[in-house]
Write a protein that binds this ligand. Structure first.
Ligand SMILES: *Cc1c(COP(=O)(O)O)cnc(C)c1O
Ligand code: SF4
Length: 355
């Protein structure tokens, strides 16, 4: 029995619980106002919070990092300085669910749905509009990968790929495994934090099979604050790591949420203890509708640099910034000082002036 046949026995029965949780989520201002027993500003962006997670937010209260990340705020209606598509996804989208910015790897966006809607999301405008970058055409995506053999990695993102059923994910993985040039696959997901029960037996089977089909297969969990980890989240992460699956983390630096060295140090220490490797700390993007989460590069550097005094290198993620306009990610920490000259050098060595 080869690894491919392992993928075939996965049944949707096993995933009913998280799917029901998903259906029953809070989706309107009225839902929120009833649940949280208070008024919220009317904003133009969609809302989505599963009830179990909403209970957690309510327990932590209005000043908490959870409340600020997930409950709507009138500042989302402000447009000053914000970009519709801050990292220039549309410039590199291929019209087939692939975004190809870097030579060797592509983003694959099989869904626009997420387990929760984060108010700071860098893709919030495109996701709200179901922009054409998300148009589905899997046959073309496969043809594109075959026609561009320099691409050796497919990164499942979205939306959040773990919102898809195990059958769907197994199908995609099987198809990618048939393209010989694809060596690595990766999932970018917030679901293990928001709906930890999604990390079910079927998903573990998929990741275990993927280990045999690719040289590396990984999951990058999006997590911003220690308050997001409870016993269920820990159980989900333990299930992944104890099954021998490679788990990394990605964190977004966010004003008034985690913009303190101590908060970040506590988060990365705990992740390291859970055998999760901190991968990226993203400087906040200049996103239309999320500018209240941003800070200057100098402020960010002052927060991040002291981490080296508190954590070993293997527990410190790379602090990166996506240069607006599709220039791509570059290191954000300048070891020569905190001041910022106004330009960043992109991945091709070109100086880009930030506005
Ligand atoms: C962030 C990103 C990736 C992943 O880059 P890594 O540095 O390998 O994590 C790939 N493609 C695009 C378009 C991206 O924005
Ligand atoms: S889970 Fe990711 S893609 Fe979805 S709303 Fe949050 S930040 Fe955006």
């Amino acid at each position: 029995m080869g690894p491919l046949s392992l993928l075939k026995g996965i049944k949707s029965k096993k995933i009913m619980s998280w799917q029901n949780e998903f259906k029953d989520a809070l989706k309107t201002n009225e839902d929120l106002e009833k649940f949280f027993d208070q008024k919220f500003s009317k904003i133009t962006y969609p809302l989505f919070i599963p009830r179990n997670f909403a209970k957690k937010i309510l327990d932590f209260g209005p000043d908490s990092p959870l409340w600020k990340q997930f409950l709507p705020h009138e500042n989302e209606n402000l447009s000053v300085g914000g970009l519709y598509d801050p990292i220039g996804d549309r410039l590199h989208a291929k019209g087939n669910q692939l975004i190809h910015r870097y030579d060797n790897r592509v983003l694959f966006t099989p869904t626009t749905v997420c387990p929760i809607i984060c108010r700071y999301c860098f893709r919030k405008n495109e996701l709200a509009d179901k922009a054409e970058i998300f148009n589905q055409n899997f046959l073309e995506a496969k043809n594109y990968l075959r026609a561009n053999p320099e691409i050796n990695e497919v990164i499942f993102t979205g939306g959040d790929p773990l919102i898809l059923s195990n059958e769907k994910l197994a199908g995609f993985i099987q198809e990618f495994s048939e393209i010989e040039t694809i060596k690595y696959i990766r999932f970018h997901s917030r679901t293990p934090i928001i709906l930890p029960s999604r990390i079910d037996e079927g998903f573990i089977e998929i990741m275990t099979s993927a280990k045999l089909l690719f040289k590396r297969s990984m999951i990058m969990i999006h997590i911003n604050h220690l308050a997001e980890i409870d016993e269920y989240v820990e159980a989900a992460i333990n299930l992944l790591t104890e099954s021998g699956i490679e788990v990394f983390s990605q964190t977004v630096l966010l004003k008034d949420v985690n913009d303190q060295t101590e908060i970040l140090a506590a988060l990365f220490t705990h992740l390291a203890d859970l055998k999760v490797t901190p991968y990226y700390l993203h400087h906040p993007d200049q996103t239309l509708g999320a500018m209240h989460f941003t800070m200057s590069l100098e402020e960010g550097r002052r927060i991040v640099q002291p981490l080296h005094n508190q954590l070993p290198g293997w527990a410190i993620p790379q602090y990166v910034i996506d240069i607006p306009g599709g220039e791509g990610k570059v290191l954000a920490l300048n070891s020569e000082g905190f001041e910022f000259s106004g330009s960043l050098i992109n991945r091709h060595g070109k100086k880009i002036l930030l506005k």
